[in-house]
Design a protein around this ligand. Structure first.
Ligand code: HEM
Length: 565
């Protein structure tokens, strides 16, 4: 009889159980909410902010950056978890510069499992190592020195930012870029039209940078990698959600092909070729030393050594980290400067001319060479670069408490995820224009942060004011170059496109060098005309909010030809 009661009323019982479960979640949340930061707007019952994170990223971006009190945490709720997004310099400094308390581990684990698709023992090796990435292990760890996987892998990867390795890297990048410019099919005889400036810059930067880092064989042996990596790149937001592959087979298939390309390359380039102690900074077969050093670390850990798929996927992640952000940033740099024909472009061109090396060109008729130090220290070019990153970057840097912590007046429980997002500070009007956008201030009062302003980071010495210099440039006179200075002084905690603290991006020097050199060389060698209305710009594709520099959401057609002489 009891059985038949259940049989006839199971739907009603199920509904009651669900309502009960939901009520328990609601009451539990309400009770513990009292000691938590204020809830961000737009939370739904039970689902919390899931919809906002999955579907309404424009609104999420605006909630994160709008705040009358930027020193507050903002809490986003999910059915089984909370995120406390930290804002304001003191909270952010506290979190990003204290790896003893705020752990990067969960972020790494998410990247390994969801984005790279790694499973099993190799992930455990990284997860079980709680000793951090500093040369000194974190307190309370029992991991012996030779088992510190995260530290050893981190150290080997970062080898590319060592000064002599960096020099080898930029040297090969420059040579590749010059080779491309000299041998491309664009001539001075006729304009060539391209459908999209983004894919154009992407293809040039990807090849020249990849060959410089890994040597030329990776792309020669695996020509489809140049296509597969961008399919993967477009699908990173999907993969990061950890949804089943069958919902988007394209994403997982592209990832598998990229991994296979790296398996081929590793077999050819890393296996027993050059003894590690004889490795030069760069060699034709395996590129920069760091890839071989990483391989030595994999060989030291049985779980990794026996899992070639995982080693290949991890190496592929280096290529992805190397190229994804710089490609997007270079596109925005080009677009913003070219669209500012009467203001930024003439002054930027003037700086490029001043940094052109007139004495030391290897070939009399070859493309111009530049004095690197001079080019990289030009005030306006640096300011355009800094403003490009300010406006278009959004990285959600997730950390999790290793123990109970105190930040400001908040007690943060053990295991709490506390992300920091550079977009929240880069796009906070109050931080950049505290006196309001109607008043002109030395930090750019009349230039709201929603608008690109290429001179935001230029300071003018003495009494000479930015506005005066701007008026000069508008009326055709040259800005007093000696008076102008690029500065991010005092901005450290509201401008941090590369993060900071222990995990600061090791590719930041290369990113700047690559962007400025590419723009300088292209603007000396080519005429480039955007084929869009004056002032038109695509918006950033907000689907990529949280994952780095956002790509454009529309195409920008343009035409290009070589300059005569
Ligand atoms: C405009 C370009 C770039 C931007 C905006 C950028 C941004 C960032 C940020 C914000 C982080 C820190 C993440 C965190 O703290 O959670 C990071 C880490 C990292 N970036 Fe970049 N990046 C750029 C270019 C590059 C380049 C060219 C490379 C070269 C390989 C690179 C390699 C890395 C690596 C390996 C890490 C991890 C560092 C670690 O584990 O400690 N990035 N990047």
């Amino acid at each position: 009889m009891f059985d038949s009661f259940i049989q006839y009323h199971y739907k009603a019982l199920l509904a009651i159980a669900l309502i009960f479960g939901a009520l328990i979640i609601i009451f539990k949340n309400r009770r513990s909410d009292r000691r938590k930061p204020p809830l961000a707007p737009d939370a739904l019952p039970i689902l919390g902010h899931s919809k906002l994170f999955l579907k309404d990223l424009t609104k999420l971006a605006s909630i994160i950056s709008n705040s009358t009190n930027p020193e507050k945490f903002l809490r986003f709720r999910f059915p089984f978890d909370d995120l406390w997004v930290a804002r304001g310099s003191s909270h952010i400094i506290n979190i990003l510069s204290d790896p003893k308390t705020f752990d990067f581990g969960p972020m790494k684990s998410m990247v390994l499992r969801r984005i790279l698709g790694l499973l099993g023992e190799v992930v455990k090796v990284a997860n079980n190592d709680d000793s951090g990435v500093g040369s000194k292990p974190l307190p309370n760890t029992n991991v012996p020195p030779h088992k510190r996987f995260n530290y050893l892998e981190h150290k080997a990867t970062q080898d590319f930012s060592r000064p002599s390795s960096h020099a080898a890297f930029v040297h090969h990048f420059e040579e590749n870029l010059y080779y491309w410019v000299e041998h491309c099919e664009i001539t001075a005889d006729a304009w060539v039209t391209f459908p999209d400036l983004y894919t154009f810059t992407r293809d040039v930067i990807f090849r020249t940078t990849t060959d410089a880092f890994f040597g030329p064989h990776l792309l020669q042996q695996n020509p489809s990698l140049a296509k597969d990596i961008w399919t993967f790149d477009e699908n990173v937001p999907f993969l990061a959600k950890g949804l089943p592959n069958f919902l988007n087979p394209k994403a997982a298939n592209a990832r598998t092909r990229c991994r296979q390309a790296f398996k081929n390359w590793r077999d050819f380039a890393l296996k027993g070729r050059i003894p590690p102690n004889e490795l030069p900074e760069w060699n034709e077969v395996s590129g920069l030393k760091c890839m071989s050093l990483r391989n030595l670390v994999f060989e030291q850990f049985e779980e990794w050594a026996q899992d070639e798929n995982s080693c290949a996927a991890s190496d592929f992640a280096v290529l992805f980290g190397l190229t994804s952000n710089i490609v997007r940033a270079t596109f925005w740099f080009f677009l913003e400067t070219l669209q500012s024909k009467h203001d930024l472009l003439p002054d930027a061109t003037n700086e490029i001319l001043r940094a052109t090396n007139t004495t030391n060109s290897p070939e009399a008729n070859g493309p111009p060479r530049f004095t690197t130090d001079k080019l990289l220290s030009m005030p306006l070019l640096q300011s355009i670069y800094a403003e490009t990153l300010r406006k278009y970057v959004s990285v959600l840097m997730v950390r999790q408490t290793r123990r109970e912590a105190k930040v400001g007046s908040w007690k943060i429980p053990l295991g709490q995820k506390v992300p920091v997002c550079n977009y929240s500070e880069h796009m906070n009007e109050q931080l950049w224009n505290p006196e309001g956008v109607e008043h002109e201030t030395s930090t750019g009062g009349e230039h709201p942060i929603s608008k690109f302003w290429g001179r935001r980071f230029v300071r003018y010495k003495g009494a000479e004011r930015r506005s005066k210099a701007e008026d000069h440039s508008k009326s055709g006179e040259q800005t007093q170059a000696t008076a102008a200075k690029f500065s991010t002084e005092g901005l450290r905690h509201k401008w941090f496109p590369f993060g900071f603290g222990e995990r600061i991006c090791p590719g930041r020097q290369f990113a700047k060098h690559q962007m400025l050199l590419t723009f300088a060389l292209f603007s000396r060698v080519f005429d480039i005309e955007l084929m869009v209305a004056e002032g038109w710009k695509p918006g950033p594709d907000i689907q990529f909010f949280g994952y780095g520099i956002m790509p454009p959401e529309e195409k920008t057609p343009f035409r290009i030809r070589k300059r005569r002489g």
